[in-house]
Structure formats: structure tokens, C-alpha cells
Design a protein around this ligand. Structure first.
Ligand code: NAD
Length: 359
């Protein structure tokens, strides 16, 4: 690895300034030789903020940024419809590229972006940072521990109540809507859980609760071989939270409540005949009677520690030493195809059962 690894950010808005700058210009990566050479944004006000308030160099144009030989890697943190142009121009200039999610507007765009990376011999990946979310790893580790027995249902839910933030995210032409915004993260996580399992079908419903042209919420049910159902729900018109994660195994249940990873596993320790009828509203039920303490155990969740700086370090290693990317373009191709199938499923109200999934 070289001592100095020059990076640049194209698009200095919420994500470029508020997130990537803090990593690429921050102490953790700085100590490893990462240097933010500068930024470019089409909005002069964003360039002014960089120079005057953040002490970050703003290039005079994208061309000037791409011509800077110190820049080995760029992050494209522009609206979704701008990803293709910014990324392919950077690749043609020989830069390693991190594209923000959702990387392409279509499978065809992604195919061309991958082709461009290959033709120019550069590294190309996507910022699927939520692969490092602590809640995701906490659940993944709990499933792997076997405490739930065979897992047959995973529910992953994310809720807001204020609709889609009021900018390009509300416009179809810019790649707006919740499937592309949050769906891509939650599908990327689902793909990690279901590695090696064949996707058999999906069914998606979209919501337009706030009345715009883009989906402001959706549900999707993905069915995998071996009997696993993976359910994802994103809403922006919800005022009572449900748990972030619910996992059903044959021997236990997991609930993870929130981003702090509060939650628990309750699992069966033995099978005894402890079911006695209880009064449930106006009826009696034995089926729904809670278990007695003797046959179950409650285990607190072991909160996972993660370090998202691994993502940038991996991309640098791929650029400098040919290391294998953590976020692989073929994985992005799969989630892109799934999102396209979701739009079709919702539009035509059908279950989709055929997927191409070309690596
Ligand atoms: N990975 C995550 O967790 C995460 C979170 C939020 C946003 N994002 C993604 O980051 C990207 C940017 O989102 P945002 O919230 O920062 O948007 P934003 O609107 O806050 O910022 C986008 C910036 O890009 C600039 N811009 C637009 N077109 C440009 C171009 N052609 N060249 C240079 N600059 C250009 C705009 O002027 C603006 O400053 C999107 O793809 C979004 O999906 C990812």
C-alpha cells in the first residue's frame, strides 16, 4: 500500500459533505494515509461551503478533478440519475469509483458501467454501507448461533412518517422512491442472509400514501428454496413503530426493536405439557396460551461491533493491490434485477417467479 491515497467526492450534498467527507477527511482513514484531495459539485454554493467552512478544496470543474493525478478514487454522491454519467466519466479518466446506492437506474445501465470498468481496467463498486449496520450483524450472528433452530421467516422493517424528503427523491426521472432509496439497502442485507439459496418468487406492493409520483412505501415477500420467507417493509407514513427485525425459527423467536439493537431471543428449552386454557377476550384458548417459564429461556442479544471504515479500506486495497471487493458488482446486479421485478410485481399485481441473475 502506498503512503498516500488521494480521494475526491463528486456531489457535495447530504451524503457527500455529511458522510463521505467525514470519513475521507477524518482521523481514522487519515491515519492510514487517505487524503481528501477535493470535491466537485455543480452547485457553486456547495463548493463555497467546502472551501470556506470545511477547509476542503473545491475543483473548478469535474474535468479538473478528474485530471488530478493524485486522485486515485472518487465517490459519486450525486442524485441517482447522475450516477451513470459521473461514474463512467471517472472510470474513463482511470479513477477507481465508489458509486452511491442505488447504483444504476436499470440493469442495462449497470451492465454498461461494469463494462466501462472492465474496458478501463479500474475498480468499480457501490456504497452498500448498511452491510456494516450493527443491527444487521447482531441478527445475523444470533441466527448463526443456532439459538432459533431452523429459521423460516425474517422480517426487516424501516419506518418514517414524513414522506419522501422534498427534492429529487420525489421524482421518477431522478430515480426517486423508497424501493430505490431504502429497498436497495434492505435487499442487499437480505442477499447476505440468503447467500447460496435460490430465490423462487417475489411479490411486491407499493404505497403512495403522500400522493406523489414515486412509491413512498412498499412491502416485498421473497421466497427462497428450503422454505425461507424474507419480508421487507418500508413506510414513510407510519406513526407507531414495529420492531426493526423479527425472526422466526422452529425453536425460537428473535425481536430486535431499534437502531440501538435492544431486543431478545426467546427459545424453547424443552417440550412439556404446560398448555392450559386462558381467557382471551370473549373466548378461551389453549393454542395461544403463553408458555410457562420451565420450557423457555430468554437470551439478551449480543450487540455486534462493526466498523464501516472497512469499506473504504477494502476499495483502496482493491485499487492498489487487486484485493477482492467486499461489495461485488454482480451482487449489485442481482439486487437491481430484484428491484426491477418488484416494480413489475407491484404494477401488474403479480408474483414474479423468473430471474436471470447473470454474474
Ligand atoms: N448510502 C447511504 O446510506 C446513503 C444515504 C443518503 C443518500 N445516499 C445516496 O447518495 C446520493 C446523494 O444523495 P444526497 O442525499 O447526498 O443528495 P443531495 O441532494 O443532498 O446531494 C446531491 C448533491 O449532488 C450535486 N449534484 C447533482 N448533480 C451533480 C453532478 N452531475 N455533478 C456534481 N454534483 C452534482 C447537487 O448539487 C447536490 O449538492 C444518492 O445516490 C443517494 O441515494 C446514500
Amino acid at each position: 500500500m502506498s503512503e498516500f491515497f488521494g480521494t475526491a467526492i463528486i456531489g457535495y450534498g447530504g451524503m457527500g459533505r455529511g458522510y463521505h467527507r467525514k470519513w475521507l477527511n477524518g482521523p481514522t482513514l487519515g491515519a492510514k494515509g487517505f487524503r481528501l484531495c477535493g470535491i466537485w459539485d455543480i452547485d457553486p454554493e456547495r463548493c463555497r461551503l467546502a472551501e470556506e467552512e470545511d477547509g476542503v478544496h473545491a475543483y473548478a470543474s469535474e474535468e479538473e478533478l478528474l485530471a488530478d493525478e493524485n486522485v486515485k478514487m472518487i465517490v459519486a454522491a450525486v442524485p441517482n440519475d447522475q450516477h451513470f454519467g459521473v461514474c463512467t466519466r471517472a472510470m474513463k479518466a482511470g479513477k477507481g469509483v465508489i458509486c452511491e446506492k442505488p447504483c444504476p437506474m436499470s440493469s442495462e445501465e449497470l451492465r454498461l458501467m461494469r463494462q466501462c470498468a472492465e474496458e478501463n481496467g479500474v475498480v468499480f463498486t457501490v456504497h452498500q454501507n448498511r452491510r456494516w449496520d450493527a443491527d444487521f450483524h447482531t441478527v445475523k450472528n444470533a441466527i448463526a448461533s443456532g439459538a432459533l433452530g431452523e429459521v423460516y421467516r425474517i422480517e426487516s422493517k424501516v419506518y418514517g412518517s414524513r414522506g419522501i424528503p422534498g427534492d429529487w427523491r420525489k421524482l421518477k426521472a431522478c430515480g426517486g422512491g423508497m424501493i430505490l432509496d431504502w429497498g436497495v439497502h434492505l435487499l442487499d442485507q437480505a442477499q447476505q442472509y440468503t447467500k447460496g439459496k435460490k430465490l423462487l418468487s417475489l411479490y411486491c406492493e407499493t404505497e403512495y400514501a403522500h400522493g406523489g409520483e414515486c412509491d413512498d412505501g412498499f412491502t416485498v415477500t421473497l421466497k427462497y428454496e428450503g422454505g425461507l420467507t424474507y419480508f421487507i417493509e418500508v413506510k414513510t407514513n407510519n406513526y407507531i413503530e414495529a420492531p426493526r427485525w423479527y425472526v422466526a425459527g422452529k425453536d425460537g423467536t428473535l425481536i430486535l426493536e431499534n437502531w440501538n439493537c435492544d431486543g431478545r431471543i426467546v427459545h424453547k428449552v424443552c417440550e412439556i405439557d404446560d398448555a392450559a386454557p386462558i381467557q382471551a377476550a370473549t373466548g378461551l384458548t389453549k393454542t395461544m396460551a403463553p408458555r410457562t417459564k420451565e420450557s423457555i429461556e430468554t437470551i439478551p442479544l449480543q450487540v455486534a461491533k462493526t466498523d464501516v471504515s472497512e469499506f473504504y479500506i477494502n476499495v483502496r486495497a482493491a485499487i492498489e493491490d487487486g484485493a477482492e471487493l467486499i461489495v461485488k458488482p454482480w451482487e449489485v446486479a442481482e439486487t437491481t434485477e430484484i428491484m426491477e421485478a418488484m416494480f413489475r410485481s407491484a404494477e401488474e399485481n403479480i408474483v414474479i417467479k423468473e430471474f436471470k441473475f447473470q454474474q
